[in-house]
Design a protein around this ligand. Sequence first.
Ligand code: IPD
Length: 271
Amino acid sequence: MEISYADYLQSAIDVAKDIGPTILKNYNSRERKIEYKGAIDLVTDTDKAVEEHIIKTLTGKYPHTKILGEESTKDGIYNWGNEPTWIIDPIDGTTNFVHRFPLFCVSIALSINKEIVAAVVFCPVLNELFTATKGGGAFLNGEQIFVSSVDTLSNAMVATNVGYDRTKAGIDHMLGNLDNILNQNVQAIRFSGTAAWEMASVSCGRLDCFYEWGIHPWDIAASTLLIREAGGVVVDPSGSDVNMEGRRVLCGGKPIVDLLSKLLLPKPSSN
Ligand code: IPD
């Protein structure tokens, strides 16, 4: 029996909503185990348990599917192929989760031939469920959503994150981009610390665009489909085609993305 994109989507919605109460309980609890993946890059026992639960549920139901998951990827090697693959970030915004800053989300995408065909971004604190299937539109809690049509920076709310690169070159690059955008009289810049939710927010038009260097496929996979299905574009910050494994992204409505791609500076290293 053929499995439709809608079937896959429903399974991803079910598992994201099912794990929501556990995430919230752990968010409100004082007892959690924090480990360091890098000097400032955190992972908690909740990230690991949530990813395990999602993997067990989805591969239990669809044994032919593979996994590309933030906490189960070893040595930074993505190992992402053409087979149907669940791309999972159990908690995007782990640092927010640890600090009890309420913006973080579960992000689940399904790729087939490395193309995203179903997507869920679920923010348990805000109870926001973003969903999309390829060709089927994008939705927030069941209402169809669209990217904004803003075409000038003086009308735009731009989002980005400072990421984890604390090298001099990395900081200079980040500040150089902010300088360029501020000098164009941008209306607002936001740093929310959860790329998946920020991109989901672009898909429903409350943010006009988002860019970041240093992201991974699991941070952006689901939201990439949300934005495309909401009428927006997801590209490399230079304006060329996005490479989902290239660790950088720019997205939004086409006019503002075209404008920003001319302002953003290339970065010498990839992280
Ligand atoms: C991180 C968040 C953060 C972004 C980082 C991501 P994680 O994901 O999306 O906003 O700046 O680049 O790695 O580690 O919390 O899942």
